[in-house]
Design a protein around this ligand. Structure first.
Ligand code: ADP
Ligand code: MG
Length: 729
């Protein structure tokens, strides 16, 4: 049974901040103590094994069996020294959670002697009967085996006495069933393509790494309040609830002082994160009441994403200790800002250059423009796929809601860069291309750093914004696995860079000077991809019509957006680069459709339950109270009672009846549509039906429930109200 509202509120008011124990010393003294990082490897591995693993991490090459055994021994000794008892392969299946199955280190031999063991075999690969994890039809239950295989580029770590080894997860037939496998492939392909392009500028560049920093937004809610809202428990969002008289309109939460209980939670979270090697750097209150954000220092994309997944897991677990529940849902509350996860993305060379950072050096600035323009072109070419990569039942409520990036993918560059790209587009070309004058000088490219330093203009309404030395993909949802958008982005940019290199090389082979060739291709790309650039207010209605004129898509619902996962262009992009096959894409498509359907189904069921079993009975109770009151008045005053007073009471009594009737009718209809949808075999059809016919009832029913909330006596209302959910802690 759910906790009753006033009981819950009393509980919240009696809470105090949990006292936390700070580890001794500075953060750098305990940072990574639970990680088998380079320092520990050096200590626990032979010189040879250490060299081997480091070179495998750097080159992405396989580790041979003999070495794997040695590494496993070292890892085990370290884990034992840390009192670990179990180990697990830790992976990211397509259900958007992390998965782990723990096995104890201990073993028993024939003589029934007990000992601890762990070898290279167990480290490198494991077979798992993970038949309940989503596979999109890739695995049938009769061949349910899947394999997890070690990813040495993400270090093992210990959580709660269990050694966790980051792994990929593939089917018996070798298809990827997780996020990590295609991400690692996309990173590798991007590395090769970017190196090729860097070679035009600097022969010393041998490796380019994609970097990611995820800003994680989240809501906190007291556990007692959470437990008194069945909708939150089952769906992580409130399906009913009238908006609070005050919510975020005063903007008094953003960056304000952090409440004590929250601050204590954040501090303990940081301690736990540091021990796990997650470099959390920033914490603050976000725009909505009870909404917060934390952000780490950016890292290599695969590692950053593992860290984000591990962080989310840690956040959930730790919240309980502080009597909170953390909500990662993109839109827990109606009419209040939702939560996103801005993915800050850049490219770094082995020579220490950020390819998306303007530089003081003219040659590097041209290189910067090349990577900037290629990224713009890649986003332009794959905007719909990028949109598909971030869509979900939760994010659907957020995008286009005038508080988050719109559903239309566009890029913001800022005035100065826009001008530079416009100059390249307009000035160079035709005969101009052969002029003697130095193009770089003429276009003021050498002056970029100075200009950009002067101008840190930001556009918070853009889904994909350039922010000085990186792009910030702001449309990603707070609950997302960032690998989904990063796989698409990196695959798209890799493909684009390869085309660019090919074209430039072709022109050079036709005796064009290198810089002239580069400019010519840039000019073409800038012109072709111009449509995706937008500097104005992304929340405005004007942009919606302007985007339409430009031919940019404004895809608002999940099934429609997901279709771009399986169109020919996407299949070519991924198959040609060996990142995902058609079958794997189809599987991903189906898994995400299925997830969408199930989530709407759950929301619809719980709203039906809330309506019929909570809200309507309360409404009837209050209505009876009013009827009794009116009858009493009549008894007391007889005909003396004025028509106005009588009608006023009758009006409210009638209003309640109308809302009850409407809720009942709509719940019935919703159930009918749900049944119809459920009978459909084709998953696409089913998803469409859920989107079109079932989902719409959620708001329709809510409308009446929220009206009732405003009519009915406060004492009778059992579900905590918005003002309580948002302002009590
Ligand atoms: P803001 O809210 O102003 O965008 P934050 O400090 O909240 O800034 O978050 C910025 C995020 O971007 C951090 O995770 C940071 O490490 C990351 N970041 C900074 N520079 C880069 C870069 N070159 N590449 C990728 N991520 C970066
Ligand atoms: Mg940001």
């Amino acid at each position: 049974m759910a906790i009753k509202r006033f009981k819950a509120l009393e509980k919240v008011l009696s809470r105090k901040a949990i006292k936390i124990k700070f580890p001794k010393g500075k953060i750098s003294d305990y940072f990574g103590i639970n990680v088998f990082d380079k320092k520990k490897m050096q200590k626990y591995l032979s010189k040879q094994a250490y060299k081997h693993i480091i070179s495998a991490i750097e080159s992405g090459k396989k580790i041979d069996r003999k070495m794997a055994n040695q590494i496993a021994m070292g890892m085990k000794s370290w884990a034992m020294d840390k009192n670990a008892t179990h180990y697990t392969h830790w992976f990211q299946p397509l259900n958007d959670a992390t998965a782990e199955k723990h096995d104890a280190f201990f073993n028993i031999n024939k003589e029934r002697e007990v000992f601890e063991s762990f070898d290279g075999e167990l480290l490198v690969q494991q077979e798992s009967d993970a038949s309940s994890l989503p596979s999109g039809g890739i695995r049938n239950t009769f061949e349910a085996r899947g394999y997890t295989a070690w990813d040495p580029s993400s270090p093992a770590f210990i959580v709660d006495k269990t050694l966790c080894i980051p792994t990929i997860f593939v089917s018996y037939t070798g298809e990827a069933l997780d996020y990590k496998t295609p991400l690692l492939k996309a990173n590798q392909i991007l590395d090769e393509a970017a190196v090729k392009v860097c070679q035009f500028f600097d022969k010393n560049v041998k490796k380019v790494t994609s970097m990611l920093g995820c800003e994680q937004e989240y809501f906190l809610i007291d556990k007692a309040l959470y437990l008194s809202r069945p909708d939150l428990i089952l769906t992580e969002r409130t399906l009913v609830g009238h908006s609070s008289a005050k919510d975020q309109q005063l903007n008094d939460h953003y960056f304000s002082s952090i409440p004590e209980r929250v601050s204590s939670y954040m501090k303990e979270l940081e301690i736990e994160a540091y021990k796990l090697g997650i470099p959390l750097k920033t914490r603050h209150n976000e725009v909505a009441p009870n909404q917060f954000e934390c952000a780490p220092i950016f890292e290599e994309t695969n590692l950053a994403n593992d860290h984000n997944q591990l962080l989310m897991d840690t956040m959930k677990k730790l919240a309980h200790r502080h009597n909170f529940v953390v909500l990662f849902h993109e839109k827990p509350y109606k009419e209040i800002n939702g939560s996103g996860k801005h993915c800050n993305w850049s490219l770094k060379t082995n020579t220490g250059i950020n390819l998306l950072s303007p530089s003081k050096n003219t040659k590097l600035n041209l290189q910067f423009i090349v990577f900037l323009v290629n990224t713009i072109k890649a986003v332009y070419e794959n905007a719909d796929l990028l949109r598909a990569s971030i869509v979900s039942h939760g994010n659907e409520h957020r995008l286009g809601g005038n508080e988050a990036p719109p559903s239309i993918i566009s890029i913001f560059l800022g005035k100065q860069l826009t001008k530079i790209l416009d100059n390249i587009e307009n000035q160079i070309g035709g005969t101009d291309l052969n002029s003697k004058e130095d193009k770089i000088k003429k276009l003021n490219i050498e002056k970029i750093p100075e200009i950009l330093l002067d101008n840190t203009d930001r556009n918070r309404t853009s889904p994909f914004a350039f922010t000085g030395n990186r792009f910030e993909f702001r449309a990603v949802g707070s609950s997302a696995n960032c690998a989904a958008p990063m796989i698409v982005l990196n695959a798209a940019v890799a493909n684009q860079l390869n085309k660019f290199a090919e074209k430039v090389e072709f022109l050079i082979s036709k005796n064009r000077k290198k810089n002239d060739a580069i400019f010519e291709v840039l000019k073409e790309y800038i012109s072709v991809s111009k449509k995706i650039r937008f500097e104005g207010d992304g929340y405005s209605e004007d942009w919606v019509s302007e985007a339409k004129k430009r031919g940019l898509n404004n895809i608002k619902n999940v099934p429609e957006a997901l279709k771009y996962y399986i169109n020919e262009k996407t299949i070519n992009l991924f198959e040609n680069q060996n990142i995902l096959s058609k079958r794997e894409l189809q599987a991903r498509y189906e898994i995400r459709l299925e997830k969408f359907i199930k989530n709407i189904q759950i929301e619809s069921r719980i709203l039906g339950d809330l309506s019929v079993n909570h809200i309507i009975p309360i409404a009837i109770k209050y209505q009876n109270f009013l009827i009794k009151n009116l009858k009493g008045l009549k008894d007391l005053f007889g005909d003396e009672i004025s028509e106005e007073i009588k009608n006023n009471s009758l009006k409210t009594i009638k209003q309640i009846s109308v809302h009850i009737l409407e809720i009942n009718k709509k719940v019935d209809k919703m159930i009918k549509f749900r049944k119809e949808a459920n009978s459909l075999k084709n998953i696409e059809e089913k998803a469409k039906k859920y989107s079109k016919n079932v989902k719409v009832f959620l708001n329709k029913i809510r409308y009446h429930a929220d009206k009732l909330e405003m009519i009915i006596e406060d004492e009778m209302w059992t579900l905590p109200k918005y003002r309580e959910l948002l302002f009590t802690r």
